[in-house]
Every structure is written in structure tokens, then in C-alpha cells.
Design a protein around this ligand. Sequence first.
Ligand code: ATP
Ligand code: MG
Length: 341
Amino acid sequence: MIELSNISKTFGQTTVLDDISLKVKSASRTAIVGPSGSGKTTLLRILAGFDTPDAGQITLRDRVLFDQNTFIPAHERGIGFVPQEGALFPHMKVGDNIAYGLKGSKEENRRHVAELMELVSLDTRLASHWPHEISGGQQQRVALARALAQKPALMLLDEPFSALDTGLRAATRKATADLLEQAGVASILVTHDQQEALSFASQIAVIRNGRFTQVGSPGEVYSRPVDEETALFLGDALIFPAQVSGGVARCCLGNIPVSNPEHTGERRIMLRPEQIMMTTAHQQPLAMISEVDFTGHLSTLTLTSPAWPTALQVKTLSQQHWQKGTSVSVTVTGHACVLAA
Ligand SMILES: Nc1ncnc2c1ncn2[C@@H]1O[C@H](COP(=O)(O)OP(=O)(O)OP(=O)(O)O)[C@@H](O)[C@H]1O
Ligand SMILES: [Mg+2]
């Protein structure tokens, strides 16, 4: 429904977006994840119409928003934007911020504002406060309510939950996702938080240095990342060498089936920590716990074995019997992913 084709953007000598293309379906949720400075905000600003790309095309529901000859201004795009910071008009009370751009009567707008505040879990009494009188997390939710009030076809969210603490963050994310879905609004969420991305979106686009390194479903990008950097960006991973042929990786943990058998030879393979099972029942292959880093619910164990070229670090649910010096058997479930050379 929204389609970006070959978007590039340069600031001075720096190429910030390098030939980016992306499709977002109606009423779907996409998350863009990538390190700081990779071009995420620039991309959203270009979509919203606050910045102009150097080249490329943007269409929304078959309407050209940008190409060589076209530039539709931001307020005519039907795209909502919740920016990373500084979203509210400081000289307007919270309620007026949300009502900004609403066309109804004063009474209709007041009711509408109250509904929107409830949707984003804000106390309606805050409507008469100034933006500086509410917290950062509340300000983010006001910005979200204001963007929703416009009933956009597409909502752009630039780290909208970053000022919220963990519990409220998860609840607001869920509420926002449900809300957008009910309203049939497609959304693009930018976040540093890979767990947030994986849980929010049906499509994940991983950006690095102004290019998408991978676009796919959460399951795909998590289990079958294209390269090591993408793998580590999306969560904890065990990465080690293997000899791959005939759909099997031969490595220190035995023979493991691979999910992408087209890559063969001397390779590096990846497993996620939840694929590693450890028991104190002594079957092969055997390893010893040489270090335990206890962090509460999870512990990181360093496993060594004379048969292995390197030590492996495994994040696992904490267990009292995981002690330094304990011998364990290690087995693997599922498939290994062969990383691009
Ligand atoms: N108006 C501008 N003029 C010059 N350089 C800019 C401008 N806007 C962004 N940049 C540069 O473009 C690069 C990408 O910036 P952008 O804000 O898109 O990154 P980001 O991925 O959103 O990062 P973060 O996760 O820290 O928010 C940065 O190197 C930044 O300095
Ligand atoms: Mg940014």
C-alpha cells in the first residue's frame, strides 16, 4: 500500500540512505531496527514529507507522493508522525495539542480528545496541563493521541515508547498495536529495541549504514539472519565454525541440520540460546562449565571442551546446579543458520 523505491539521501558528503526500497501492506505493522545513525529517522521524515530525498519514488495507495516531478507536502499525505522527541506544541495545553487539526465543534472535540486520551491510557484530567507539567512518557502518549486524531492511512512512530519504563512500555506498545489494527492503520515503528520490534511487527526491516540488510517476518530475521552483525543485533546468538554439506553442519556440538543448505563448505553457523539443551546426564558431547555469570532469571555459562576449538557462551535459565566445574551434556534442537561469508 505504501511503496518506497530506490530512495537515496545525502547530507553534504554523507550518504545517509543508499537506494532503499520497502513495501508496507495495508493495515500491517513494520518495524525498522538498526544502530544509532543508520538513517531511521531520516527515512521516516522523508516518508512524512518533512525532508526530500535526492532520488527515488514514494507511492501511497497508488498516489505518487514523491518522484522526480512530484512533491506532496506533509499535511496532504494522510500520514501520521510521532517524532522521536519535541513532539508537542509547548504553548498549547495537552487537550489542545491533541485537538490540533480536529474540525468538529468545541464540545465534539472535547469528547473526542477524552476518548483518545483513554485509548492511550492517559488520565483525562491531564488535558488542562501544559506539556512541561507532564512526564516524558506522558508526552509521548499525547503525541500518539494527536497523530491518531487525524485518522491517518499510515502511522510513523519514531521510538515512541522510549521514555516509558518496562511494564508501561510493553502495555502501551500492545495497546498501540491493537489500536492501529482496529482502526486499520498501517504503521512503521522505528526502535533500537529488538524485542520490541519482534513483538510489534509482522515485517522487520534491519537497516545498517543507510541500507536494508534484511527484510522479513520476525521469525525469519531472528532464526535466519543474513550475517553475523544482523544475528547479534536481533538477540543473543552462538556463532561458531562448521563444515556444511548436504544440509548438515558438522561442528563441535555434533551434526546439526541447517535451515539454508545452499551455503556449503567452511562456514560460520548460528544458533539461538534457546536451541541449546544442557543436562547433567552424561551423554556425548560433553563439556565443562568454566564460568557462571548469574544475572537473576538468566545466567551466562561459559562452556569448554578439549574437543572444541573455542569456548561457547550460553545464556540459559538459572539453575542452582549450574556451578563452575560441573560437567554437562549439550544437545541442540532445531536448525542452525549458515551465515553469509
Ligand atoms: N539535517 C541533517 N543534516 C546533516 N546530517 C544529518 C541531518 N539529519 C541527519 N543527519 C545525519 O544522518 C545520519 C542518520 O541520522 P538519523 O537521525 O536518520 O539516524 P537514526 O538511525 O534515526 O539514529 P538514532 O537511532 O540515533 O535516532 C546521521 O549521521 C546524522 O548525523
Ligand atoms: Mg532517530
